[in-house]
Design a protein around this ligand. Structure first.
Ligand code: ADP
Ligand code: ASP
Ligand code: MG
Length: 456
């Protein structure tokens, strides 16, 4: 059994949907197909909801959304199944229009309402895709993907979800479901797994059912050495390990939604990244297979924007008992994720990185935790340097390389790019540097050129 996930661009137009159908009909084993909303629709649903709540007339936009779905149905769903698909999609479009009218009246957009609004994308795309593939059955993911609340976020309840997936897909032939959307395990309200979350839905299904492989079909020929929109000379990485992909994705490589990798890694189910628009390209194969003796110690680079560096300083932080563990525990209790521990210049500083969105809460939590030390002078200051980008240089073979971090820092500073922090301690696979946000693109270009020089 195999799980395939098709992203927004893959299901964005009648032409791309025909490619999806061809890929599905060419399968030689039972399969579950997970689809995103039609390309760009989730952004559009959100923008329209905001406009409606702001009092704008969204009827023309709603009309365009409806037209796009009806046109696609007409073009790709065979006549004999069209009525069945329209019976599902038409009431959804009417409900969506009513919701926009409601928002317009109340002039407010509660988070829960927005969750319901974004769910329409996958609720409509799944029946369309199932309807266009002969023999495919459609499933509703909120009935088997369950979330729970965690510090105001919705996170998957993986145990319950796994049990429900096994029940839902007790028999697999050719099944289709929307990704991304879920429901709260206690209230039953519609939730979602976060933007880009269809990848994660596919991974949860693959892991629960011990799939042979998880194929992520997208709009590029594979996982590349860097974001091709920033680095046009980026190359396809034919093979990489789960850990490498996990590092690159958690540091901003958008090609896979970060939580996706863990469930399949845990079950040792390989992932392939494939191109719906060029199905014969080999793509990228992600597995536990070590990279072996690759010539280049670096596999790829990625960038995470909107990060900040938090520094606790004092005469000597070594005097503060259990400083690291207290700081980490205090933040973990509030759901704040630390993703980089900076190498200290001397023992008067202890620095780490968090997302800019967490900066204020982090300072609050640390002030509370270290109130006694701040009062008696053992700690003098908790400061935040914001508007930084974090660049990750990733490779399984980095552990065998010595002196890579100093080389990276040297190259950047020689080019006049200030390095605010560096870390090669938290993971053996990754060296991370933090640079001012406006220097992120030149820094990435410079480092990509250093590790992947262009052949002439
Ligand atoms: P989908 O809609 O199929 O889920 P996404 O837009 O989420 O597609 O992810 C694919 C996009 O990720 C590519 O079009 C590319 O622009 C971007 N991307 C960013 N970093 C990388 C990378 N290292 N390798 C390949 N693509 C990348
Ligand atoms: N449609 C959702 C989004 O645009 C989920 C996904 O595409 O993976 O974020
Ligand atoms: Mg995606």
């Amino acid at each position: 059994m195999i799980v395939l996930k098709f992203g927004g661009t893959s299901v964005g137009t009648a032409d791309s949907l025909r490619n999806v159908r061809e890929i599905a009909l060419g399968l030689e084993e039972p399969a579950i197909i997970v689809v995103s909303a039609l390309g760009g629709l989730t952004d559009r649903l959100i923008a329209t909801a905001k406009a409606a709540a702001a009092g704008e007339d969204t009827a023309p936009e709603m009309e365009a959304i409806a037209r796009r779905h009806y046109d696609i149905i007409e073009e790709v769903v065979p006549q004999e199944r069209r009525d069945e698909v329209l019976e599902t999609v038409r009431p959804l479009l009417s409900e969506l229009a009513r919701m926009y009218e409601g928002l317009n009246l109340i002039g407010d957009l509660p988070a829960r309402t927005l969750d319901v609004i974004v769910s329409f994308g996958e609720r409509m795309s799944a029946p369309i895709v199932a309807g266009m593939i002969d023999g495919a059955r459609c499933h509703y993911s909120p009935s088997f993907v369950k979330t729970e609340k965690w510090f105001g976020k919705n996170i998957a309840d993986t145990t319950l979800t796994s049990d429900l997936i096994c029940k839902e897909f007790a028999e697999v032939s050719l099944e289709v479901t929307g990704g991304f959307i879920s429901s709260d395990r206690d209230s039953g309200e519609i939730t979602n797994l976060g933007r880009g979350g269809s990848d994660y839905t596919a991974a949860l299904i693959a892991a629960a059912l011990d799939a042979r492989i998880l194929d992520i079909w997208t709009d590029v020929d594979g996982f590349m050495t860097s974001d091709p929109r920033i680095i046009p000379s980026a190359r396809i990485i034919p093979e990489m390990t789960f850990v490498e992909s996990m590092e690159l994705c958690s540091f901003g490589a958008k090609v896979i939604y970060p939580p996706t990798i863990y469930p399949v890694f845990h079950k040792n189910i390989p992932i392939r990244i494939l191109n719906t628009f060029n199905p014969s390209a080999r793509g990228t194969y992600i597995s536990d297979r070590p990279a072996g003796s690759r010539e280049n110690p670096v596999t790829g680079l990625s960038t995470l924007r909107d990060t900040c560096l938090v520094t606790l300083s004092g005469p000597t932080t070594a005097n503060v008992a259990s400083l690291n563990s207290r700081a980490y525990n205090a933040m973990a209790r509030r759901g704040i994720q630390v993703f980089l521990l900076a190498q200290p210049g001397d023992d008067s500083d202890f620095s780490f990185a968090v997302a800019s969105a967490d900066a204020q809460r982090t300072v609050y939590v640390l002030n509370e935790e270290f109130a006694p030390e701040l009062l008696d002078g053992a700690l003098e200051d908790i400061s935040v340097k914001d508007c930084l980008s974090t660049i990750a240089v990733v490779g399984d073979n980095l552990k065998a390389e010595s002196g890579l971090a100093p080389r990276i820092v040297h190259s950047l500073t020689r080019a006049g790019i200030p390095v605010e922090a560096v870390s090669d301690g938290s993971s053996e696979t990754t060296v991370t540097v933090m640079v001012p946000q406006q220097e992120a693109t030149p820094a990435l270009r410079l480092l990509h050129g250093l590790f992947f020089p262009q052949q002439i």
